[in-house]
Design a protein around this ligand. Structure first.
Ligand code: ZN
Length: 460
């Protein structure tokens, strides 16, 4: 292998032939919000498949799956006896609710605060900060909402920490729990500013009127899967993937137009390398984009369950690299879920030069599509993103209408494309007997999750 020529091609083509701008415009401007299971999400999947095929990847396919989904028509929040409508955004998958009830301020919803308020919570609407109380052990907001539901609160209003009346769509459950997790009770977000108004109303015994017209139902959503078949070990698979869906109303620039177009671009430059220089990967590279990430990682779960069901003897993929919110910061390297590939990957990163590092997460992290792979015991990794240091200043625009294409940094994505294509090609060419063994079992993973589930995943 002449790595100098090869790297020159991959790095050069990542910049010179880039289709990032056109893909982003199509996905985030022309198609726009792509909630899994909607016609817009389907259009995005079809566009991705067609663009893959147009770049010579002949195996591009759509993979449908049934998605548990949700829509909402209207929501309103006001203080009884006043006319002013307060800021409200339902949590994802919030069930319908229509109540007039006392408002109980539970602060941050810690166990101590919930116990103190317990008597008053039955039949009431709870008001809770989304963020953690700084002096107690942090507890996932899904768990705190569960505690409120157990105290018979009829609904919860959660205060978004962003300012300027910005609110994002949140999910109400800890995704490390198995199965579909729609949230323990009807929950809505209000803005930080209106959260202040609600706090004083609660202190003065004012009641609230809260109404959400939403419904849960099943629909069909679509993943895209494109295999570039390996020349030497075609049955061995490396998966590069990112989700193409968004929350409702968000154009999904950084989350996750950035990761989607990077999957498409790595496929393009690797196919170009094969077509122009005759250099093909040794293992099969599977380029995939998932739907339903924002609804509990349903697309990635469906793909893993379809291809590698527990109990089957189909070999598991060697590695999954998940791309999510890549415009959060520049390339720093790769973060693994399990430790046993660390040195092995670092050797490849050193060969590429540039100071890239391989790290290992201290805890399993269920907040993106690597998790269904990790839960299956597959080596799953991600690139640097929001939970790490040195974020770009506007990286906190996600799950809201402001996540537009100006939040994407195409120049930085060029480096991601070059980095990932160089790394994947290297990893694809390592003979099977030199690849470290993976001793994870479904049982060992579930045990680890049980041990970790009471803890909050460290975010920085
Ligand atoms: Zn995302």
């Amino acid at each position: 292998m002449n790595w100098k020529t090869t790297d020159r091609y991959l790095i050069g083509e990542s910049w010179v032939g880039s289709q990032i701008d056109q893909h982003l415009h199509k996905l985030c401007v022309e198609i726009g919000p792509r909630w899994g299971g909607t016609p817009a999400e389907r259009s995005a999947a079809e566009y991705i498949r067609d663009a893959m095929a147009a770049n010579g990847l002949s195996n591009a396919e759509l993979e449908e799956f049934p998605i548990k989904t949700w829509s909402w028509k209207s929501a309103s929040l006001s203080l009884i006896g006043t006319r002013e409508q307060l800021d409200i955004l339902p949590f994802n998958h919030c069930e319908a609710v229509d109540v007039e009830a006392p408002l109980v301020d539970v602060g941050f919803g810690t166990a101590r605060e919930a116990t103190q308020a317990r008597e008053r919570l039955a039949g009431a609407v709870a008001l809770m900060n989304l963020t953690f109380e700084q002096f107690s052990a942090p507890e996932h907001h899904g768990q705190r909402l569960q505690t409120l539901a157990e105290a018979d609160a009829v609904a919860a209003i959660v205060i978004d920490p962003k300012d300027g009346r910005r609110m994002e769509y949140h999910s109400g459950a800890d995704w490390r729990q198995p199965g579909y997790q729609p949230g323990a009770l009807p929950t809505v977000t209000t803005s930080r500013e209106h959260g202040g108004l609600l706090r004083s109303a609660a202190a003065n015994g004012v009641q609230v009127a809260l109404k959400v017209d939403g419904k849960r139902f099943e629909a069909t959503a679509t993943n895209t899967v494109t295999d570039m078949v390996g020349e030497q070990w075609p049955e061995e698979i490396l998966v590069l993937a990112g989700h193409h869906d968004t929350v409702i109303d968000a154009p999904g620039g950084n989350d996750n137009g950035s990761g989607t177009v990077t999957v498409m671009e790595v496929a393009r430059v690797m196919q170009g390398l094969a077509d122009e220089l005759g250099i093909r990967p040794g293992r099969t590279i599977r380029f995939a984009t998932w739907s339903g990430e924002e609804q509990g990682l349903q697309g990635a779960y469906a793909h893993v369950a379809k291809h590698w069901p527990i109990g089957s003897d189909v070999p598991l993929p060697r590695l999954n690299i998940n791309l999510d919110e890549l415009s959060t910061a520049t390339v720093k390297g790769l973060v693994l879920t399990f430790p046993h590939l660390r040195e092995f990957v670092q050797v490849q990163l050193d060969h590429m030069s540039g100071g890239y590092r391989c790290h290992v997460m201290a805890q399993m992290d269920a907040n993106s599509d690597h998790f269904p792979f990790a839960r299956r015991g597959i080596d799953a990794s991600m690139c640097w993103r929001w939970r790490f240091a040195a974020r770009n200043p506007d990286a906190n625009f996600h799950h809201e209408p402001g996540d537009t294409i100006d939040k994407v940094r195409p120049r930085e994505l060029h480096e991601y494309v070059a980095f990932l294509s160089r790394l994947l090609l290297r990893l694809s060419l390592i003979p099977p007997h030199d690849w470290p063994e993976n001793h994870n079992t479904p049982q060992s993973i579930e045990q680890r999750l049980l041990d970790e589930i009471a803890q909050v995943v460290r975010v920085n």
